[in-house]
Structure formats: C-alpha cells, structure tokens
Write a protein that binds this ligand. Structure first.
Ligand code: SF4
Ligand code: SF4
Length: 396
C-alpha cells in the first residue's frame, strides 16, 4: 500500500499564518460582542483558544474530518448544555408554554423553513408560532440560512448546524463499529428527499409545521409541547423513538450519522439548494484505486461505488472531510467549480496554499461555525463553572 498522502495538509508557515488570521477574526467577532460581560468574555476567550488549536491542527495535519469532528461535537454538547438550562431558567421546564404559542413567540429553527415557505408566499402568514423579527424569529433564521447556504451549501450539516454534531458525537463514542454497513441498502439514502416532499405538501395542506409536531427528534434536547392527551403522547413517543434510534443508538453501533444521512428532510433540502455553493468534493480518477474505503467510511452515505467511478461525491455530501482523511491515495479533495484538481498536497508556495480551494472552504466554514457556536459553547462553559463552584447548572 502506498504511503498515505494528506491532501489537505499545509506547510508550517502557511498553517501559522492561517491560524493567526483565524484567531484575529474570531477574537474580533467573539470577544468584541461581549465587552460588557466579563464572564462571557472570559468563557469566549477559552473557546477562542480551543478554536485556534483546532484551526492549526486542521491546516497543519490535513486531518480535516478528525479535528472538525472534535469542534462539531463540542458545538453540539455546548448547544445542549446552554439551551436546556436556559429553558428551565426562563420557563421552569422544557415544555413549550401555551402563552408562547398564543403570543407567537416560540423559537424558530432552520428545520421549519422548507415547510413554512410555501404557505408564507401563498397566504402571507407563518404557520409556525414565531415572530418575524424577534431574536429567534423568522428573519434572523432566514438570514442565517441564506449565509450558511452561500458559504457552506450542505456543508452546513457538518460545520454549522447545532443539531448535526449530536449524531456525530454518538458516532464517535465507540472505538469500532458493532453493526457493519457492508450490506447497507444505499437506496435508503433517498428517503430524506421523499420525506421532504411529503412534509412540505402536508404542511401546505394542513397549515401546520407537521415535522415539528410529529417527527423532529431534536425536540428531545430542546423543547416540546407538554403531552396532555393520547394523541400528544403518540407524537411524543414518535420523536423520542426517532431520537433514540437515529441520533443515539444507530450512530453508536454503525459509526455513521444516520439521522443526518438517512432521515433529516432539511438535510435533503440543503443538499438541493446548497448546489448554489461553488465548492465540491471530487475524486481524482488517476489516483483512485477503487478500494472503496471512503464508501465504507462516509458518515452520511454520500459516497457509493458509482459516485467514486464518476469522480465526485453525491449531492448529500456534507463536506465533512472524513473521506479525505481515510483515502490511502489522497485522491479526494475539496474543489471549486471550474478549477482543475490538484495533483499533490505540495507545491504552489505560500500564496498557492493560501488560495487553494480546500484552504478557502475550510477557513470560511470554520469561521462561520466558530462564530455561530461561540455564544452557546461560552454559555455552557459558564454553566459548568457555576456547577463546580456553586453546585448549580443554572446562572440565575
Ligand atoms: S477515493 Fe475512495 S475508492 Fe478511491 S482510493 Fe480513495 S478511498 Fe479508495
Ligand atoms: S463524501 Fe466525504 S466529505 Fe462528503 S460527507 Fe462523505 S465523507 Fe464527508
């Protein structure tokens, strides 16, 4: 077997430069927003150090999948440890209150966007009980999604989504897979597209965010309406089962992101709309030996033997970098539409490395994810500190 080539690695000089630039931008964006809050500033500084180390390790070693995964799982844990206690502080439980629904002030998340878009255009109102301009309302989420789509495409699902790191976290917990996916039926990866179509049409007919009502597994780590009748208990049973099955148990056993790859309708939506983003993951046919290591390891089932033969990942690719870590020939790389593939990780000098497609994508994605996650991770650090010092996870 030829020696493994890390196609995304950079020289020490370029890695130091990119890390320093990232640290400067993150310091400006993360710490600048917390000037009036010294505790948040201190927690933000700790997270800044973490992101700076991750940046250096990604660029220097080229192990994008490995170090991105550490960042992304940290983000997911930070989200859960900040959001759930925040709900308990403000409303006493994870239950979405009747007042919030009646006053149209429930927090909106990106998963609702495909469902609420058509009724909003046709009827001129939102079918989700949220405000247009509040902090976690419609327009802030719309702008976040637009930015994520332009910067990341479906890379959102491995660099920006505060839910995506949850099944990634569980997929990393065991050292080896217990259930092999060798005989996996790859037709299943089309399920999210069919499911997307069903929930969009269902939401338009019922004028209700049906995915939130019936299926969303992440209600288990955010909020949900208190079940008060048998129908609501059925809905609760469904979302808890999906969470346990697709976000916890199957990722643990298969070491794959089964929720993101085989279920999430927003992931399917982002895969299609995300084609406007100019970055792609391509395979150099001259280097590839068709060993299929990448097919076996892709967390979201976005590589098949057919895709490898065609020299590109499927549109569901979340640009996570795992396939590039594991390919023994260094045959897989981030590319920009219209730019030829690179032959080697070396060459091009300092400016050649800085302006490589992989450098540009990784830098933009990490900056985006770093800024987006900073408030959540910093708050969770404060809560952990509070637990250690005062014995309470709550800040109030
Ligand atoms: S691209 Fe995939 S199939 Fe080709 S050599 Fe790399 S790991 Fe093997
Ligand atoms: S094809 Fe590669 S980059 Fe895309 S999701 Fe799979 S492992 Fe990640």
């Amino acid at each position: 077997m030829p020696e493994k080539t890390l196609i995304n690695s950079h020289s020490r000089k370029t890695s130091v430069f990119l890390t320093a630039l990232m640290a400067f931008l993150l310091a400006f964006l993360i710490l600048g927003g917390n000037r009036d809050n010294p505790r948040m500033m201190a927690a933000g500084a700790v997270y800044l150090v973490f992101l700076t180390v991750i940046t250096y390790l990604i660029f220097r070693t080229g192990m994008v999948g490995k170090y991105r995964s550490i960042f992304f799982a940290t983000y997911a844990v930070g989200f859960s440890l900040s959001f759930i206690p925040m709900l308990i502080e403000t409303r006493g439980s994870m239950f979405l209150s009747g007042e919030e629904i009646l006053s149209l002030s429930a927090p909106l998340c990106h998963l609702t966007l495909p469902m609420i878009a058509i009724p909003a255009v046709v009827y001129g109102f939102l079918i989700f009980p949220t405000k247009l301009f509040s902090e976690m309302g419609f327009f802030p989420m719309l702008y976040l999604w637009l930015g994520a789509t332009l910067f990341l495409g479906r890379g959102w699902c491995s660099w920006g989504c505060f839910y995506g790191g949850v099944d990634e976290f569980f997929s990393k917990l065991l050292p080896k897979k217990i259930v092999s996916s060798k005989n996996f039926n790859y037709t299943l990866r089309f399920f999210p597209y069919a499911f997307l179509l069903v929930i969009v049409l269902w939401a338009f007919i019922a004028l209700e965010p049906v995915y939130c009502t019936w299926f969303c597994p992440f209600k288990a780590i955010t909020e949900f309406i208190k079940p008060t009748n048998w129908l609501m208990w059925v809905q609760t049973g469904i979302f808890v089962s999906i969470f346990l099955g697709l976000v916890v148990v199957l990722p643990l056993l298969m070491k794959r992101r089964t929720q993101c790859g085989l279920f999430c309708p927003f992931g399917a939506f982002q895969a299609v709309i995300g084609q406007v983003n100019p970055y792609r993951v391509k395979i150099d046919g001259e280097k590839c030996t068709k060993c299929n290591t990448c097919v076996q390891q892709c967390p979201t089932f976005s590589l098949t033997e057919e895709a490898v033969s065609k020299g590109k990942s499927c549109i569901s690719c979340t640009r996570c970098g795992k396939c590039m870590d594991v390919c023994p020939r260094g045959a897989i790389q981030y590319s920009l539409i219209g730019v030829p593939l690179r032959n080697s990780e070396k060459g091009g000098g300092f400016f050649g490395e800085v302006f490589r497609p992989d450098t540009l994508f990784i830098f933009g994605a990490l900056l985006f994810g770093g800024v987006l996650s900073s408030g959540m991770v910093s708050t969770s650090l404060l809560r952990i500190t509070n637990l250690a010092v005062n014995g309470s996870f709550l800040l109030k």
